[in-house]
Design a protein around this ligand. Structure first.
Ligand SMILES: [Zn+2]
Length: 72
């Protein structure tokens, strides 16, 4: 079972074009497919609604955050 509530996953991290298993997760930065059963970096934001961005690796997460987010 995916560790996330699909309602909270950012559009950038959802691939609705691949419906074979329902919802596919992709990297919010480079759009690479993510295996939800394996660990991967995430960023959670709660501006208006809770939103979770998924990343295929730490470098993508860092690059994405570099566009304006403070981290660590
Ligand atoms: Zn990536």
């Amino acid at each position: 079972m995916p560790p996330y509530d699909a309602d909270e996953i950012a559009d950038q991290s959802l691939d609705s074009s691949n419906q074979q298993d329902g919802i596919a997760y992709v990297c919010a930065s480079c759009a690479a497919a993510i295996d939800a059963s394996e660990w991967h970096p995430v960023v959670a934001r709660s501006d208006d609604v809770p939103t979770v961005f998924l990343f295929c690796g730490a470098s993508c997460r860092r690059e994405w955050l570099g566009h304006g987010g403070a981290d660590e």
